[in-house]
Design a protein around this ligand. Sequence first.
Ligand code: SF4
Length: 244
Amino acid sequence: MNASALEIFSSIQGEGPYLGYRQLFFRLAGCNLRCDYCDTKESWVKPEKVMVESAAGTREFDSYRNPLSSGDAYALIDRFMAETHHSIAFTGGEPLKHPDFLQRLIPRLRGDGWTVFLETNGTLTEELSQTIELWDIVSMDIKLPVHSSSKQFARILSARQQSHALECYAKIVISPETERDWVIDSVSLASDNDLPVILQPLTDDSVGGANQSLEHLWNAMSIAEDISNDVRIIPQVHKMMRIK
Ligand code: SF4
């Protein structure tokens, strides 16, 4: 099965506990959600072409026609092998929209020694089950008000018990509108599944920083810490650095 992608490029992970690691980003097209704060709305449609950095860190891009077969994708990734990366991050959009493509591509990447990282919105339960053996690290959002993350977390826990050392953490975007009950519900869900919690302040792109008061963030953190003993506030650092 082929898949459309937006871009493949080398950069720094700007979110969550792997902040600062160099990763190869593979941004797939398509998403099953329409979050109002989405900063990659261009991923909602299938682009005609995928932009691929000509070499790691150059920020010069070549374009290739979509969709990509897993073999096409593997060949495009190969140019980055000479540079050291912590991992390859499949992001989107929602990467789990393409489970068959991922099942063909990722075993080859793992065979080459890549650590494989998934950024997911936490809502496509069956697709996560189908691909669970592929991932080393899963960054899973908890989205209001879907809550299908609960089934996803069950899959993660079961995979941890049965197979490999899958790492996972829960990411919760905090906006000025985020209410106390939502923080309680989402942190409880993560904590019940023994997952670290990252509270990520929504970024105001015009200033590159959090778009809410420190008091609001402290309140969210205090609520979260009453439930979980592993809570961090981590903003989107790549936006502060004004890099992709
Ligand atoms: S899940 Fe992610 S990519 Fe999809 S709409 Fe929400 S923020 Fe955007």
